[in-house]
Design a protein around this ligand. Structure first.
Ligand code: PXP
Length: 252
């Protein structure tokens, strides 16, 4: 069964739009996390960014207390590493961070940072925390991830989502989704063959998800923006249930 990790960062984005720097305010990411898990989500994902633009330090501790399964997205930086070792989420997903980006735009350069990622992977595993690496479906990055020894890779679906959007927005445009899908299919096969477990995420929504089901070996999807957006109209519980119902269509 394909698992859903709900990324609740944008619950904090909404709170920070009004209460930045105040240390309080609504809506609460921890309350959202409880509703998501009660609706059937298999875990909660949150990204403590170095610039603290949405999730704050107090949030990750509240999320640790509220969530049965916590996936902390984080940069490979000393400050966040030491926080993660104290927080003890079930899993961390190492992501690249650039301060000016709107969201996590590219995958990690695992091949170019093997030594330091290997060190971080060891520290996390020694503390009983699984490690995932957020990467583009690129053969070199997948091989490097296997050498680093992470338990998971999360394949970046941003490019797939982007091309899906462009194609549906302009029906006459040449189809490129299939090329992006093929990259994800090949990447998932390669990662699986190397013993890596395969997650996917970024830009997934209620429209493009069925097309992604051509990708084999998927264990978990991390989905945030589309669920939080849908929740504004139908509530968090219904938004999560709708996504889970769609995910039932995945045949692996
Ligand atoms: N996975 C990773 C590694 C991410 O950085 C993000 C965005 O924070 C997501 C999944 C969720 O992306 P989206 O909000 O577009 O669903």
């Amino acid at each position: 069964m394909l698992k859903l990790g709900v990324n609740i960062d944008h619950v904090a984005t909404l709170r920070e739009a009004r209460y930045r720097g105040r240390g309080f305010g609504e809506p609460s990411p921890a309350e959202a996390a409880k509703i998501c898990e009660a609706a059937g989500a298999h875990g909660i994902t949150a990204h403590l960014r170095e610039d603290r633009r949405h999730i704050q330090d107090r949030d990750v501790w509240e999320l640790r207390a509220a969530a049965r399964r916590l996936n902390l997205e984080m940069a490979n930086s000393p400050e966040i590493i030491s926080l993660a070792l104290k927080l003890k989420p079930e899993i961390v997903c190492l992501v690249p961070e650039r301060r000016l980006e709107v969201t996590t735009e590219g995958g990690l350069d695992v091949a170019g940072n093997e030594k330091s990622l290997l060190e971080t992977r060891r520290k996390m595993n020694d503390a009983g925390i699984d490690v995932s690496l957020f990467i583009a479906p690129d053969p070199g990055q997948i091989e490097a991830s296997a050498r680093v020894g992470s338990q998971f890779v999360e394949l970046h679906t941003g490019q797939f989502a982007e091309t899906f959007f462009k194609e549906t927005a302009s029906p006459g445009a040449p189809p490129v989704t299939s090329a992006e899908l093929q990259r994800l299919i090949t990447g998932a096969q390669q990662a699986h063959a190397l013993g890596l477990r395969v997650n996917a995420g970024h830009g997934l929504n209620y429209e493009n998800l069925p097309a992604l089901f051509a990708v084999p070996h998927l264990v978990e999807l991390n989905i945030g923006h589309s669920i939080v957006s849908r929740a504004i109209f139908v509530g968090m519980e219904a938004a999560v249930r709708e996504m889970l119902r769609l995910m039932d269509g995945y045949r692996g």
